[in-house]
Write a protein that binds this ligand. Sequence first.
Ligand code: CDP
Length: 201
Amino acid sequence: MAFTVAIDGPAAAGKGTISAAVARHFGFRHLDTGLLYRATGARVLNGQDAAEAARTLEPEDIQPTDLRTAEVSEAASRVAAIPEVRAALVAFQRRFARLGDGAVLDGRDIGTVICPEAEVKLFVTASARTRAARRHAELADGTSLEEVLADVERRDARDRGRVDSPLRPASDAVTIDTSTLSAEEAIARAIATIAPIWANR
Ligand code: CDP
């Protein structure tokens, strides 16, 4: 029986950490859907047409190496506003969500567009400053905190403002604000939300 956990939220909110921990705890498969947009953005930076890049993605394109740079983040958020790019990536994500017993997908539109029937929907957020500080520590590549904050805010505005699949919480999503939570506390909250629904499936 399919069981899907949809985890959405703005840039660097901690979705990846929570998703990986939830997947480990419950034995679910995990798809970081941001990697699909990052891989598409990386191909566009190499000169490929965006829709063509999304249509021809291969598993080796979404290996996380080199996909976390600020340049790729920005390219990902630009291609993510193109409806043909999103359309090309829908079927793969839906198959992943509903195939087999237990899947976690994290992104921007999982609970609203990719899998509105998800058994659990979480919206993970935090203040822009907190998110930027965390991403700044993670990147440690010489980019200033102010630059990271500007990047995060620019991507958020684009993700929230686009016409196709904008970032927003599903009406039945449980919000976890991680601004004042440690990673362990945020993970514990996510697990506590999912556990009773998983047990009663
Ligand atoms: O890790 P971070 O939260 O910074 O970003 P990500 O989840 O890897 O996503 C990179 C970009 O892909 C985002 O800024 C979005 O524009 C886009 N994205 C999207 O539009 N829809 C998704 N389901 C996942 C990512």
